[in-house]
Design a binder for this molecule. Structure first.
Ligand code: AMP
Length: 445
């Protein structure tokens, strides 16, 4: 089964081709026909399964080809300024990811989208909204702010998507969601994606979805089982030399290296290249041509290393790699799963190697908590850390004393998406608070 068999339009197939995707993932195969037909949908799919494209692609199709022979009522093709699709997400990271997917898959459609989340100025969001958007991606808190100020018009919404519904519960957004839903037209299509079918998720599905199609997919990759994880402790200043040493000592090829920032990716790629490791950097500042060329060279084996940022690496069809290296750990533990999803797919073994400095111990602990296991650490002779590099491991390897999703919320994502409206229980235990500086910036790509 190919993308062409799903009845997607030429513009979408072109964008899919540009990403290098050849076959739809299981959730895409199952969900796209239902969404095209205008049905409600309840999907159990984790991040990493291709779930974003599973709803973005058919919704783009319905927005741009309202009369494409589908059975459901089409999304109307009239020039609107108010959004016709509303995607509710728990965090600003996910909002940014979904709008990035709309931008990538909708590159040849002219569809306009906007991400609306807290923690940044509201005025630019208002101005963009005034110019007209088709797909609005929002965190609940900030969307309610807009509703309160009457700066958003939800009266034209024809499809509602609840993405990562389980996390929205964990973050206390349920009341906000219900208040938003009250403001939507009664007749609409509803899609809900969740990683779990917890009782509360089912309950919401019951009240919101009408005769939904059910889609359930296995994880695309099972990182904890298929990938071997390793940490090398090293001082931050030594990381570049250590990475170079590893390339030289092991004759590595086809290694995808992750950095947090564009600037860091460029600097590292330069250093590797200057030292004789064929390398390209991949990030949001690179032209589409440069990205396509880098990817082709990497896949063909011309390049030994591709240094990427998280967002640039999304949407690229590079998987089944022998090795992924985290030159820096991601701020958000879920991004670790995204990153390592590039290796060890389809039963092949893969290695996820992280170079971790003492500054990153909190991130490491959050990742271990998410994986529910401790990652073995080692040092490389000649690169032993000089700074205190001890990592508090208390929470890894055994179930945390609180809900893991709350841990994620506190430590990585939720704080930045606008505060949940419902009060959250105070968290106790080791490692609860992370210095504010970890949260302050927007993510670079
Ligand atoms: P998601 O589950 O939406 O977070 O997607 C996980 C990753 O899979 C993203 O990096 C996507 O770009 C990528 N992806 C989505 N669909 C496909 C596909 N059909 N083939 C290969 N990669 C895909």
């Amino acid at each position: 089964m190919q993308f062409t068999d799903l009845g997607l339009s030429a513009e979408l197939l072109r964008a899919i081709g540009e990403q290098g995707y050849t076959t739809p993932t299981p959730v895409q195969l199952q969900a796209i026909p239902h969404i095209l037909a205008g049905r409600d949908l309840e999907a159990l799919a984790q991040t990493g399964t291709g779930k974003t494209a599973a709803f973005v692609l058919p919704l783009l199709q319905r927005l741009t080809h309202p009369l494409s022979g589908q059975t459901g009522s089409p999304l109307q093709k009239v020039i609107h300024t108010a959004p016709r699709v509303l995607v509710l997400v728990p965090t600003r990271e996910l909002a940014a990811q979904v709008t990035e997917s709309v931008r990538i898959y909708g590159a040849h459609t002219g569809i306009r989208s906007l991400a609306v989340f807290g923690g940044v100025g509201i005025n630019p969001q208002i101005q963009t909204m005034r110019r007209g958007i088709d797909i609005l991606v929002a965190t609940p808190g900030r969307l309610l702010d807009h509703l309160g100020q009457r700066t958003v018009d939800l009266s034209k919404v024809q499809t509602l998507v609840l993405d990562e519904a389980d996390r929205m519960f964990d973050m206390g957004f349920i009341r906000d969601i219900r208040r938003i839903i009250e403001r939507l037209p009664k007749i609409r299509q509803n899609l809900m994606f969740s990683a779990t079918f917890a009782a509360e998720v089912r309950e919401l599905a019951h009240t919101v979805l009408k005769n939904p199609a059910l889609v359930e997919v296995a994880r695309r990759n099972a990182p904890a089982e298929l990938v071997s994880h390793a940490v090398i402790k090293v001082d931050k200043e030594q990381k570049r030399d250590l990475l170079l040493h590893l390339f030289e000592a092991h004759g590595w090829h086809q290694v995808l290296v992750f950095c947090r920032t564009k600037h860091g990716a460029d600097a590292l790629a330069r250093k590797l290249e200057q030292s004789g490791v064929r390398t390209a950097a991949l990030h949001g500042n690179k032209s589409q041509n440069a990205r396509t060329r880098a990817l082709a060279d990497f896949k063909s084996g011309k390049l030994a290393a591709l240094v990427a940022t998280d967002i640039a690496a999304r949407g690229l069809d590079i998987d089944s790699l022998p090795r992924v290296v985290n030159f820096e750990l991601p701020n958000v533990p879920e991004d670790y799963i995204h990153r390592i999803g590039r290796t060890g797919r389809a039963g092949a073994s893969g290695e996820a190697l992280s170079l971790v400095s003492s500054e990153e111990r909190v991130e490491l602990r959050d990742i271990e908590r998410l994986l529910k296991r401790e990652i073995a650490t080692s040092v490389v002779p000649g690169f032993e850390p000089q700074h205190n590099n001890s990592v508090p491991r208390a929470a890894a390897g055994r179930p945390p004393a609180h809900k893991p999703a709350q841990a994620r919320t506190r430590s990585g994502t939720g704080d930045r998406s606008g505060a949940p409206r419902s009060p959250r229980p105070a968290r106790s235990g080791a490692g609860g608070a992370k210095p504010a500086s970890h949260h302050s910036g927007q993510r670079h790509h």
